[in-house]
Design a protein around this ligand. Structure first.
Ligand SMILES: Nc1ncnc2c1ncn2[C@@H]1O[C@H](COP(=O)(O)OP(=O)(O)O)[C@@H](O)[C@H]1O
Ligand SMILES: [Mg+2]
Length: 287
């Protein structure tokens, strides 16, 4: 899914607990695998994120049922374990691994998971704003230089360290994320409503990087304490930074600093990362 993809159409009929009109469903995101809605759960003042995995009509029904069920359960198990361990991820509020199409016939069925709503922008949005801001600064000063002013560098370093520490806390708990990108990290502001939309859109203003990193999207997560798995997780994140946020590349080392400080087993995983990088380079040379 790219950010230009249209939001889900409203013709979609949500699964039973969400199909009554008193539970508002605000479309947030539509990807190849999942649809995300903002809604409420149990009480009208409890904001929640509803993740629906629609069944895939082109897949064999039995295989499809098994796959969607396995993925939603895996996601829920990991989230549950992480919440218990005190890692900052949204708590699971409920799920159904197999809902059927509505009697009206539209909506194909599938599985859904409802979790705590995490306030705040994803790291991708914050970093894209920051990169635009740095570009604007450069233009205003009439320079073509790629230089990042010291205070802006410090700010982004702080965010990178927080990201590294979050990944470390995850690995410490024995979970591998499997899809670490800046779209799967939310920066939850310390005080709700701290950043207003209009301010955020202003390229003259450097985006706030205050807050706590909350990791989301555990659909590809697994449980492992192997250095190799941890290193690959970090490598995926490193590649994601390199391709999505080229201007932050000089600061990526700071993610690893935050990671190293976050738990005892970090050292061997970081050592392994060097091997994983080497393999990655070889592979990109070959094909
Ligand atoms: N708990 C949540 N709170 C707030 N927003 C969320 C939550 N979970 C997901 N989102 C938003 O929905 C998007 C897609 O969710 P995600 O779980 O990453 O689905 P996918 O597996 O399709 O990538 C995220 O990038 C984020 O913007
Ligand atoms: Mg995602």
């Amino acid at each position: 899914m790219t950010k230009s993809d249209p939001p889900p159409t409203t013709s979609y009929t949500p699964p039973p607990p969400f199909s009554n009109t008193t539970t508002p469903l605000i479309p947030i995101y539509q990807g190849a695998e999942a649809h995300l809605y903002k809604t409420t759960f149990l009480t009208p003042s409890t904001p929640a994120a509803l993740k629906i995995r629609p069944s895939k009509p082109y897949r064999h029904p039995i295989l499809d049922r098994r796959l969607t069920r396995a993925r939603i359960l895996q996601e829920a198990r990991c989230l549950h374990k992480l919440v218990k361990e005190g890692v900052s991820v949204p708590a699971v509020l409920g799920l159904d691994w197999e809902f059927s199409a509505s009697p009206e016939g539209n909506g194909a069925g599938g599985s859904w998971l409802v979790m705590e709503w995490v306030e705040g922008p994803v790291a991708r949005v914050v970093l894209e704003r920051w990169e635009r801001h740095i570009k604007t600064l450069g233009r205003n000063h009439g320079s073509q230089s790629q230089d990042v002013p010291g205070d802006e560098g410090e700010k982004v370093r702080g965010l990178m360290r927080k990201i590294g520490a979050a990944v470390g806390s995850l690995h410490k708990a024995g979970v591998i994320h499997g899809d670490l990108t800046t779209s799967n990290l939310i920066l939850r502001p310390f005080s709700p409503g701290a950043s207003t939309e209009s301010r955020d859109e202003d390229e003259q203003v450097s985006p706030s990087m205050e807050g706590e990193i909350v990791m989301i999207d555990f659909g590809l997560a697994s449980q492992s304490v192997q250095d190799e798995d941890r290193a690959v997780d970090l490598y995926v994140l490193e590649r994601a930074f390199g391709s999505s946020h080229p201007r932050t590349e000089p600061f990526f080392e700071e993610v690893l600093v935050g990671y190293r400080e976050s738990y005892k087993g970090a050292g061997p995983a970081l050592k392994r990362l060097e091997d994983v990088r080497m393999r990655g380079r070889k592979r990109s040379m070959i094909g």
